[in-house]
Design a protein around this ligand. Structure first.
Ligand SMILES: [Zn+2]
Length: 474
């Protein structure tokens, strides 16, 4: 290939004086690409990766220029109306420059600003049209990338990964700030959506087959630190700057959305997730709204599954009064094991021999049969602490007897354990509970909210320029 068109001093000079038509810039970009291709073909030590990187850099200037012009043209075309109430703005003035980073580099846009008398606020309609209102200075594409990366990995990694993959430089602190800002925006959107779900008259969709709604909850904890930068001072005063804080997580799905992969692994094709550190009340409202969005209103029945925590059943009584309740089977087995240890101490062989048939009975027969045997074990038991333990566990089984309908549940094809909720907690912990990691109250809720938007397949509601993704995970 000989017919390349090397750039001359004349074309550079012309470009500096007059804005080049995009087609000219595109032609120059094509020349640069051709040169890169030639160099690549001749370079014995380069593989295709070298060209891929080089080509992406070659087209960067063209893409940046196109984006800049498009942004400016769009800003110019926006009528001077308040983006909130649509009233005409007054005292308008032009030329308010704003520079921000896009995925192709920094661009500057001049905008019109005016006052909305009805809202009593200064408004810049172009910012709303371009998606720049709720950002520290990044285009929507960069906002989305910062938010996604920060919700998936520690920010120091996110910053390096982002630059490595895209060439976008976002220092750690800036990326952190931008991700939190997007997380706060996600929280506001979540609140609006939850209110809507709770007040909406549910559109009665015709369901071909009656289905059941499964709702599961669990809790885990993260380490938080409130007074950033004050740790040493607090420690000197005898106070610990860190504390553990509960995060409440819930998941809901339709029983008929449960299936298996080709490889036989059980999956749930559509599933709602909720995660919050704002306490049980917040979980209650968020999980109720999520269940409504997933079809609770049309469900023939609902089933709440969880471990034995008191808060969980209270929440279920309060928000899902029609739902049946089931104690996680594995949890019940753990309580049987507690009795076994009280009876047999360290004798593992005896413990196993005693436990195995009871577990089978609990699963395949009935809880009351198991309870009768625990009560029988109490008779003649001498050791005081063993008596106390077994008595406590007998009471526990009595209290939850109605929630131990494992045989009937399994026959109906319902889950008997809260595995999906626990799996969700484990996945969340991979991100939010790393060694040496501390969170602030605001920061973790914001990032967790982003994570739930992603998991729920609603990322595109937050970043409408992205295609819907359903990262079905189990
Ligand atoms: Zn207004």
């Amino acid at each position: 290939m000989k017919n390349t068109c090397p750039e001359t001093e004349d074309t550079k000079l012309a470009a500096a004086i007059l804005p080049e038509p995009l087609a000219v810039l595109a032609a120059r970009t094509a020349c640069a690409l051709e040169q890169s291709v030639q160099r690549f073909v001749l370079a014995g030590d380069q593989n295709l990766g070298h060209l891929e990187d080089r080509a992406a850099r070659d087209v960067q200037a063209l893409l940046r220029e196109a984006t800049q012009r498009a942004a400016q043209a769009k800003a110019d075309a926006i009528p001077p109306l308040c983006p909130v109430c649509r009233k005409e703005l007054t005292s308008c003035s032009d030329g308010h420059a704003r520079t921000f980073d896009t995925r192709f580099g920094a661009i500057t846009v001049e905008r019109t600003r005016g006052r909305c008398k009805r809202c009593g606020k200064w408004r810049t309609p172009a910012d709303a049209a371009l998606g720049l209102e709720e950002t520290a200075g990044y285009s929507p594409a960069v906002q989305g990338m910062a938010a996604l990366l920060a919700s998936k990995m520690p920010v120091e990694d996110a910053s390096v990964v982002l630059e490595h993959l895209t060439g976008i430089k976002l220092p750690r602190a800036t990326l952190d700030r931008e991700a939190r800002r997007q997380g706060e925006r996600a929280q506001r959107l979540r609140t609006r959506m939850d209110q809507q779900a709770a007040t909406d008259k549910q559109q009665l969709e015709l369901t071909l087959e009656p289905y059941q709604m499964i709702i599961q909850m669990d809790a885990w904890n993260i380490r938080e630190r409130d007074d950033w930068g004050q740790s040493a001072k607090l420690r000197r005063a005898g106070k610990e700057p860190e504390r553990w804080h509960w995060v409440y997580t819930g998941t809901c799905f339709r029983l008929d959305h449960r299936g298996k992969t080709a490889g036989g692994r059980p999956v749930i094709t559509e599933r709602g997730y909720v995660s919050t550190r704002w306490g049980i009340d917040a979980l209650r409202e968020q999980l109720h709204a999520e269940s409504l969005r997933r079809g609770l209103g049309q469900a023939a029945s609902a089933l709440v599954i969880g471990d034995g925590a008191v808060w969980l059943w209270r929440l279920a009584d309060d928000r899902f009064p029609q739902a049946r309740q089931r104690l996680d089977f594995y949890h019940a087995v753990q309580h049987l094991a507690v009795v076994g240890r009280a009876l047999f101490g360290e004798d593992k062989v005896k413990l196993k021999a005693w436990l195995k048939p009871l577990v089978q009975q609990l699963k395949n027969q009935s809880a009351i049969k198991v309870i009768r045997q625990l009560e029988a074990a109490l008779v003649g038991l001498k050791d005081k602490s063993a008596v106390a333990t077994v008595t406590r566990e007998v009471n526990y089984f009595h209290e939850h007897e109605a929630r131990m309908d494992y045989r009937a549940g399994a026959r109906r094809g319902e889950p008997i354990g809260s595995g999906p909720a626990e799996a969700t907690c484990r996945q969340m912990q991979c991100r939010f509970k790393r060694t040496g990691q501390f969170w602030s109250r605001k920061g973790d809720e914001a990032l967790m909210c982003l994570e739930t938007f992603w998991r729920n397949g609603r990322w595109h509601l937050l970043f409408p320029h992205t295609a819907p993704v359903n990262p079905a995970r189990n």
